[in-house]
Write a protein that binds this ligand. Structure first.
Ligand SMILES: Cc1ncc(COP(=O)(O)O)c(C=O)c1O
Length: 398
């Protein structure tokens, strides 16, 4: 039977599995990596510096520091700000593990603020009630590529003397009121993880316009020593270095940067393709009452990192996880962004978080599914995704 779900032995919509994500790299990336290999200098050096310069030019930030992940960038942002034990950082429960974990790494406490229903970004209305004498920073996430309420959050931070750290892992290329995300908060952290809008395999970037902050975080990214390897052994010959502060080993290296330089040249072209996919999905899912999708505010350019559907499980005979498994059985890869951080075992146990504390984050936590969204998706891939979702929803409709 054509409509029998693959989950229950029917024929899947696709014969070959469509991966949730596939990086788009080409001969330019291959050549750039080979050139670095042949140069005989693989760690942080001239290519990383070129990538930092190209990146800060693209996002129009004064400074950019290339790192081995966005998690490292977020951690350095907190460490460089001097966040310490006993202090509090306001963040969102709808994020990846990193944004809360790095706060814990500093010995500080993550204080969650619930999210807006329509964007799943931190709700600025709810921030001020969480601020007290221990609060040092606000760390919002640009969920799925939609910039958070940057202006309002900055205004609150200025009023209380707090630092703003933007988790822009999803939002490279996004704009807020015509300005690129990057220099708009005190510190901004980007990710080049394999699934991100551009990739270096693993990697991250920290941007800022603040000279004092960059001077604090730069040495912390490489053991807290006064010279990087290029500076110690490069063209100028050996020079002594000093440990100024006990830092971390978070630097990017030139092989990664070679990928980043080429990927960054393609970011706007990639965005066009993502946007087209989003339009196709929006049209297909717009009329399905059991599904809602996220909205974009009129004053932002959304980087469209993820395409998230929210299942109205009240109208369905089953839960999100069964639907997710059923779509996967149709040979369509999916993801879940995110199960709310405060409901994970460590956070429940350590900070006594409970279900019921952040209703919007919990609603989406139980209902979201992310569908494939990347530049190399073909029209036929998109048709398969849409057919699989429609088939599964029709089967479980009440
Ligand atoms: C919202 C968010 N923040 C931070 C990260 C961490 O990025 P990285 O893997 O580069 O450390 C991710 C990764 O998926 C993410 O989705």
């Amino acid at each position: 039977m054509k409509n029998r779900l693959a989950l229950y032995g029917g024929r899947p919509v696709r014969s070959r599995f469509l991966r949730f994500h596939r990086s788009t790299t080409d001969k330019e990336e291959e050549k750039a990596v080979v050139d670095v290999l042949r140069s005989g200098w693989l760690t942080r050096g001239p290519a990383t510096e070129r990538f930092e310069n190209a990146f800060s030019k693209y996002v129009r930030s004064r400074y950019a520091l290339a790192l081995n992940s966005c998690t490292a960038a977020l951690h350095l942002a907190l460490a460089g700000t001097g966040i310490k034990s006993g202090e509090e950082v306001i963040t969102t429960p709808t994020g990846f593990a990193s944004s809360a974990n790095v706060i814990v790494h500093q010995g500080a406490k993550p204080v969650f603020v619930d999210v807006e229903e329509d964007t799943l970004n931190m709700d600025p209305e709810r921030i001020e009630s969480k601020i007290n004498k221990k609060t040092r920073a606000i760390l919002p996430v640009d969920f799925a590529g939609h910039p958070c309420e940057i202006e309002r959050i900055n205004r609150i931070a200025r009023k209380y003397g707090l630092v703003t750290i933007e988790d822009a892992a999803h939002s490279l290329g996004a704009e807020f009121k015509g300005k690129k995300v990057g220099p708009l908060m005190d510190l901004t952290a980007f990710s080049f993880y394999a699934t991100k809008n551009i990739t270096t395999g693993e990697g991250g970037m920290l941007t800022t316009n603040n000279k004092r902050l960059i001077e604090k975080v730069r040495p912390l990214s490489l053991h807290g020593i006064s010279r990087d390897a290029w500076d110690r052994y490069g063209l100028k010959g050996y020079r002594h270095w000093n440990i100024e502060v006990p830092g971390y080993k978070y630097n990017m290296f030139d092989l990664q940067a070679a990928l980043g330089i080429e990927q960054l040249k393609k970011i706007d072209k990639f965005w066009e393709k993502r946007f087209k996919c989003v339009q196709v999905y929006n049209k297909a899912f717009g009329g399905i009452p059991e599904i809602s999708t996220l909205s974009s505010k009129r004053y932002v350019k959304n980087a469209h990192h993820l395409y998230v559907i929210i299942l109205k499980t009240e109208l369905l005979k089953t839960d999100r996880d069964t639907i997710l498994n059923a779509i996967q059985a149709e040979n369509i890869g999916v993801g879940v962004h995110f199960r709310a951080i405060h409901l994970h075992p460590y956070y429940k146990k350590r900070f006594k978080f409970k279900r019921g504390m952040f209703p919007n984050a919990e609603y989406s936590s139980d209902r979201v599914i992310s569908l494939p969204l990347y530049p190399s998706l073909t029209n036929s891939d998109l048709r398969d995704v849409i057919s699989a979702v429609k088939k599964v929803i029709a089967f479980f409709r009440k």
